[in-house]
Design a protein around this ligand. Structure first.
Ligand SMILES: NC(=O)c1ccc[n+]([C@@H]2O[C@H](COP(=O)([O-])OP(=O)(O)OC[C@H]3O[C@@H](n4cnc5c(N)ncnc54)[C@H](O)[C@@H]3O)[C@@H](O)[C@H]2O)c1
Length: 257
């Protein structure tokens, strides 16, 4: 049986494109290539690397946005509503913690650092979902990005692990909020990929080596492999899947090594 995933006539909101290494970029490109139009939100600080990428997409819309600014969120979602009317998918591929909180001891986190990490990396999923639902009129699929550090204490991952636990739990509660609207929501738990965000994690190089040594597939994964899973989760092929954390990690999470 050969199956081609077609998303012609569909629209996706994508948060998290910083550069061509971003997981969000690989997902946006994959959805675009399947026929879907993209509404991309970018942070001002990444504008120079973000803009040239938009030329590679088919008729995208894009605007500056930051999930800690109600004003920017209002204007981004107004633009999406005005230009798309309706959307089918929301990709949440953002996270932030101060670099000094991604090393050393977790207990040294300060109150503000904890709040910021949770606001940007976890609360924002509920915020973006609430703003998307009114324009997701015909059901849809929402995807968030997470990491195994949510359930295993991973040296250096620290507050981000705690925020990812909140994010994954949010996915389960949101699945119940959204099910009767035929909106599905899932998280993809990816193995380590060298991106801007990953460069902030101390010991990231060792993580990459660890996956080669201990995963069943004896290798690292690529952002394209995450994008393939995202394409599946946006398609009707995954129509009975919601509230899940799906691992795209060469099987590392099952290892007892
Ligand atoms: N790279 C990995 O190894 C890996 C593994 C598992 C999960 N993830 C997750 O994947 C997601 C994407 O990260 P990435 O690795 O592609 O890195 P990335 O640096 O390319 O993407 C992170 C994005 O978050 C955005 N962002 C940060 N703060 C924001 C804010 N206040 N408002 C709006 N956007 C904001 C940045 O602009 C950037 O586009 C994150 O949730 C990350 O935790 C990454």
């Amino acid at each position: 049986m050969s199956v081609t995933i077609e998303l012609k006539g569909k629209n996706a909101i994508v948060f998290g494109i910083a550069n061509d290494k971003s997981i969000a970029w690989h997902i946006a490109k994959r959805l675009n290539d399947a026929g879907c139009r993209i509404a991309a939100a970018y942070q001002e600080r990444v504008e120079q690397l973000f803009m040239p990428l938009m030329k590679e997409l088919n008729n995208p819309i894009y605007a500056k946005c930051d999930v800690v600014s109600d004003e920017l969120l209002d204007s981004f979602f107004k633009k999406v509503k005005d230009e798309f009317g309706e959307v089918d998918f929301l990709i949440h591929s953002i996270a932030f913690a101060k670099r000094e909180h991604l090393q050393g001891k977790f207990m040294n986190i300060d109150r503000r650092g904890y709040q910021v990490a949770h606001e940007v990396s976890a609360f924002s999923l509920a915020e973006l979902t609430r703003r998307t639902v009114p324009i997701m009129k015909n059901g849809g699929s929402i995807i968030a990005m997470t990491y195994l550090g949510s359930e295993r204490a991973t040296p250096g991952y620290n507050v981000m692990g705690v925020a990812k636990a909140a994010l994954e739990s949010s996915v389960r509660y949101l699945a119940f909020d959204l099910g009767d609207r035929k909106i599905r929501i899932n998280a993809i738990s990816a193995g380590p990929i060298a991106t801007l965000a990953a460069s902030g994690i101390s010991g990231f190089g060792e993580m990459l080596l660890n996956y080669v040594a201990k995963s069943p597939l004896k290798r690292n994964i690529t952002a394209d492999e995450v994008a393939d899973c995202a394409l599946f989760l946006c398609s009707d092929m995954s129509r009975a899947i919601t509230g899940q954390v799906i691992f795209v990690d060469a099987g590392y999470n099952i290892s007892g090594l």
